[in-house]
Design a protein around this ligand. Sequence first.
Ligand code: C2E
Ligand code: MG
Ligand code: MG
Ligand code: MG
Length: 289
Amino acid sequence: RAKEQGRNSYQFYTEGMQDREVLRLELDRDLSQALANDEFVLYFQPQLNLETGRINSVEALIRWQHPVRGLLPPAEFIPLAEESGRITEIGRWVVRAACRQLTRWKGTPCEHLRIAVNLSGRELDDDTLIDHIRQTLNSEGVAPSRLEVELTEEIFIQNIEHNLNQLSQLHQLGVHLAIDDFGVGYSSLGYLRDFPVDLLKIDRSFITDVTERHDDAVITRAVINLAHNLGIQVVAEGVETEEQLHFLKAHRCNLVQGYLISCPIPAHDLEQALEEGILSPEHPVGQGL
Ligand code: C2E
Ligand code: MG
Ligand code: MG
Ligand code: MG
């Protein structure tokens, strides 16, 4: 009996594996068409500046309007694209789409915004990335200071010299650099000394219980102080409650981002929200995605 059960669970396991493998292959095939078919879209999530009460920057978050599966979040295709290497093309599309958006926003309530784009560590491996960003900014007529790049701490673990070189070029160009998901990586703090970092984004996992857990509060305060003493600004990710907002304000966090202010929303909704001046913790915008 035990043997039978074992065999059954083994079969179940392999069928599950096969399903997943089929799904992966299908998605990978679809991914190769997605760019040509113009199926990616950028959503934008505002960052509230706690000193000014204004919104001067937004993070661009990619979604895939899949012809059959509907609107897919990045978790469902970015890891796959990283594995296959397609992420390089996607990253280029993201940078171009962000620059185009900045151009389109001229003369609208969004014209002062900076856009932060997420890049995978893997994209930094590409020696032509910085040239590509420079050319895209040029051809779209966008000032480099309107663009920010978010990278996670993984870039400080491997290929450090190469990555430092790439990011120094980016910094010289005038593009801002943010460290995303700060505090959950395995890298050392030494890179904060060596790399041209403009912003730290405290990972949501510290913010979620920041008003209930002493340890999260201590870590969050320490990160803010560390960053400020190094001349780096701090963004808190995943702010969902008034209490979190008050805590962060009291401890001089520079910017907050989260559902309390707004979910990631399409460009048009952002324009409307800024035009109506309704983006504030009192009037959150969008429904979680
Ligand atoms: P991230 O850059 O750390 O982005 C923050 C994620 O948290 C986003 O998920 C956002 O929608 C979500 N979020 C924002 N506020 C809140 C909140 O208050 N509560 C909760 N529970 N979640 C919140 P999303 O859009 O699904 O993106 C997930 C990740 O996918 C991003 O994490 C980023 O690492 C990656 N990603 C997104 N766009 C791109 C892209 O264009 N290129 C690359 N390479 N990666 C991307
Ligand atoms: Mg990010
Ligand atoms: Mg993050
Ligand atoms: Mg993340």
